[in-house]
Design a protein around this ligand. Sequence first.
Ligand SMILES: O=C(O)CCC(=O)C(=O)O
Ligand SMILES: [Fe+2]
Length: 318
Amino acid sequence: MSNPARRIPLVNLAHYRSGTPQERARFVQVFGDALKEFGFVSVEGHGIEDSLIRRTYSDVERFFNLSEDKKRRYTVPGGAGQRGYTGYGQEHAKNRTVGDLKEFWHVGRELNPTHPHFSPHYGPNVWPEEVPSFKESTLKLFGELDLAASVMLHALAEYFGVARDTFSAMAQDGNSILRLIHYPPLKERFIPGGVRAAEHEDINLITLLCEGTASGLELLTRDGEWIPVDTLRGQIVVDSGDMLSRVTNNVIPSTTHRVVNPKSAEDDTTRYSMPFFVHPYPNCLLETLPLAATGTGLPPITADTFLQQRLREIGLIK
Ligand SMILES: O=C(O)CCC(=O)C(=O)O
Ligand SMILES: [Fe+2]
């Protein structure tokens, strides 16, 4: 059952960046409470130009309109889908075997191989020669989302009353990834039993989702109710992932969400979306922070080991 009357909280990032002390404090409170209680929050005033989002979607559409043969040339062998193209049905949610009804492209951070956070597991990017502007638009969007994310992570640290860079330092020059997703109409491609994105939790710290081009995203509330998430123009939807849950000792649990299949032939249109997964640097130790939690939490693990485990569980490492 989904109840369209419930809406996730909305905050304005400009209030945190340049508002009055009261506006800043209010942002911190609403943002933190929303992640804790809902696992999702909508953010406006994020400063990312609408024209950049349009331009990126247009490049993404041009890429996915290429033939299968051309697209497959950009799959990186042995790369666990972390850069370039991953084909339709390749990824499945943890604990499922049927692949999701989507294909996607991953853009990673451009790090020099001599950088201390460079890991041979993740890099370098590849670029589709058929869409010359793809590199510029996606890297620019990557940079802007990265910046917005670090501001949000500052606010989250303030929420917990810990040093402002507690979370942002984990993600600084980290393994964040921009995922450009194409969900074709079901009448064109379908896998029996498949879902556009079966219910799952994101692996990373937080995810920033620019508005999708069609509806379908739903979240599972902490009390077990599926509700639709509107990804409106001008707003970024933010959700909490497993790594944040781990370092906060589940004070901020990760949030289960999914993208449901179109419900009618009329709704059976193409959907694009662009989640930006904020990841720590590979050697970052995910250990329980001394926040308000009780108990000691799970044993420390590096972000890299954790991610490799999860990539196996979702079928990207065979
Ligand atoms: O397409 C969307 O709106 C969400 C996709 C998603 O949840 C994911 O790729 O982890
Ligand atoms: Fe997700």
